[in-house]
Ligand binder design. Sequence first.
Ligand SMILES: [Zn+2]
Length: 377
Amino acid sequence: MSLIQKLRQFRYFKWILRLIIVVIVVAAVWGIVEYKNKPLCPNCNVILVSLDTLSALHLPCYGYERNTAPNLCKFAKDNIMFLNSYSQSPITLDSHFSIFTSLYPHTHKMTEILKDPLSEKYITLPQIFRANGYQTIYNGFINDDHLPLNRGIERGFNVIQKGTINSWDDAFTQFIKNNKENKPTFLLLHTYAVHEPYLLGHQLKHLFTDLPEDPNVPLTDAEFQQVSPEFFSHVIKSILNENFLKTDLDKETAKRLKAAKSIEEQERIFNSFSYRIRYICFITWQLANLSQTNKNQAEYIKALYDESIHDMDQKLSKLFELVSNPKLSKNTILIITADHGQEFMEHGHYYHSNNLFQASTRVPLIIHIPGVKPKKI
Ligand SMILES: [Zn+2]
């Protein structure tokens, strides 16, 4: 009689066999779950880059016909690229707080500028990193109502650096220093490099279009000088209302502007406003004067936007150089995304915050995780 036959005669053989099978199945499932839950890159640095206003629809790797971003798209090809990523709002403030809290705007309620700070009951991304022993660095605008440090953005950051994409070197220096000292670091980089206004001070370089230099767009540098009287009457009539005036100084300046007797005086007073107020005035004036029907105008401004993407893409090469350093490439996760896109009359509007069409909400999401093979998701 063989061993198997002997075992079969054993009264509980079938039950023991079933038990063994159950144990194997449970162990296998447990193993898969454990494998899936294992961090891909424990204690790695994380760099989160918010390229404000960068529409996925204007990037060649997302199907755009113009080669606006060769560096970014090479990075996408070599890493993990999400093809259908949508921002939670077409507005800077709302969208960034969603990125920071993983909450929808109607939950975090950060949907109006100059209102209350984020509720303390919501924890933000830098707070989580800091609580887990990370050094945390912010590099971006400081006095920005759309990314307001004092309303919750600054929570959890050890270091706040004032910067634009042209001065990211400060952040890189601190990042490398932390890395040498074996301090895992979370770095947030934010830039308005491709945000409107595109007309003031920008000349079309004709990288992507042979449109004529000036298809009647208002507010080029030269035209600004000529339209001053109308511009200031626009400022006084429609812009300088209580919603835009934050400080008593702003309100006082607005009164003086209304009372001013000459254009020169108005100009002098206007220039003493904060950047935010002047910026709102420029944008609303420009929008009020753009044609709703002139397709060449929309094409012209779109070309300026595409050229600004190209310019930003050249500057991003420094970031890609940083994370391709042999040590950093193995211990740094790099996430590149945007808070919303940009419209050029595809649906009857310029810029963003008007609607939820793809032009306004479809954004790039590209991630480098050490050891993870390139893929499109
Ligand atoms: Zn934005």
